[in-house]
Design a protein around this ligand. Structure first.
Ligand code: MN
Ligand code: MN
Length: 306
């Protein structure tokens, strides 16, 4: 039985591409690995795979009894519901350490960098394994996506260095252009139901006993979202009801202006002011310079809830 390699729920481009890349890498070291995803791919991920002619991983939702590698997460909430019945062989990630535990020693590569694929690139280097051209291309895209083309507060020198090498291997001469093409695909919202947009890049967190949901849509220009904003506000209010959340925040990130408008559905909106020093008006606030959920939004909200 093959070892399954997969990323978090609501897979983003890093979760997809790091799973494909780690499966390739482990295969070359003699392990029988295949990539998987926990759900449907986003338009951005489909664009990236098509661009470099890489087959999409199979969707797998049950992992009981399987050997697995996790990429791009180590939180139980982000893992399959039956992860407890799987055997975790290793984790390749770049988030804060989560609550996944194992019964045996594991291989763990968790670095404070902008993308799981940056860690994976270092693994290929460490073991002297060549990165195939197509996989270099999708890893490059994952890093450009996670770091918002190097603009995110999570971006490090290691990410930039990895991109330089990967671009060379993949034959990409203009990373900026590739990144913008990708974000244009990501920005397209026409005809997409509000719930799908809210959940496209969405995570639930436990903040001091409060269930807090944070979603994010990254666009090249906020005006793209003008038509759907009212529907998004309605939908996060509904989602809050359904899920029994204390708060749901939806970040509408303008990658060119380098800030986020946050839409709020909350039992107590003042947590936002406590976290960012900005008072919300009509369930919204502009957070200048805030682009990273992981590095800016989650830590500040956790402090506000503490
Ligand atoms: Mn991710
Ligand atoms: Mn990531």
């Amino acid at each position: 039985m093959s070892i399954l390699v997969f990323g978090h729920k609501n897979p983003d481009t890093d979760s997809v591409c790091a799973a494909i890349g780690l499966a390739d890498f482990k295969k070359k070291l003699g392990e029988d690995t295949v990539p998987a995803v926990q759900g449907e791919l986003t338009p951005e991920s489909n664009f990236v795979l098509e661009k470099f002619n890489v087959t999409a991983p199979q969707i797998v939702t049950s992992y009981a009894g399987k050997d697995v590698y996790l990429v791009d997460h180590s939180d139980l909430a982000q893992s399959p519901d039956d992860l407890g019945e799987a055997n975790v062989l290793g984790i390749v990630d770049h988030h804060k350490l989560g609550d996944v535990t194992t019964s045996q020693p594991l291989e763990c590569w968790i670095w404070p960098v902008g993308c799981s694929c940056t860690v994976l690139k270092s693994m290929y280097n460490f073991f002297n394994v060549d990165i195939p051209k197509d996989i270099a291309g999708i890893m490059l895209c994952a890093i450009l996506s996670d770091t918002v083309i190097f603009k995110s507060a999570t971006c490090t020198a290691k990410d930039k260095e990895a991109c330089k090498d990967l671009a060379e291997i993949a034959g990409v001469s203009d990373m900026q252009e590739l990144g913008m093409d990708m974000f244009k695909v990501k920005s397209a919202v026409d005809g997409t139901p509000a719930r799908e947009l809210v959940l496209r890049d969405y995570k639930d967190f436990d903040m001091n006993g409060n269930k807090v949901g944070i979603g994010q849509l990254e666009v090249v220009d906020l005006s793209i979202l003008d038509k759907v904003k009212a529907d998004l506000e309605k939908d996060i209010a509904a989602l809050k009801q359904e899920g029994g959340h204390h708060s749901i925040f939806l970040l509408l990130t303008d990658i060119m202006k380098e800030g986020s408008e946050v839409l709020i559905a909350s039992d107590d909106e003042s947590v936002l002011e406590k976290a960012f020093g900005v008072a919300p008006k009509n369930g919204k606030a502009w957070l200048e310079g805030v682009m990273s959920r992981k590095k800016q939004v989650v830590p500040n909200l956790e402090k506000a809830f503490a």
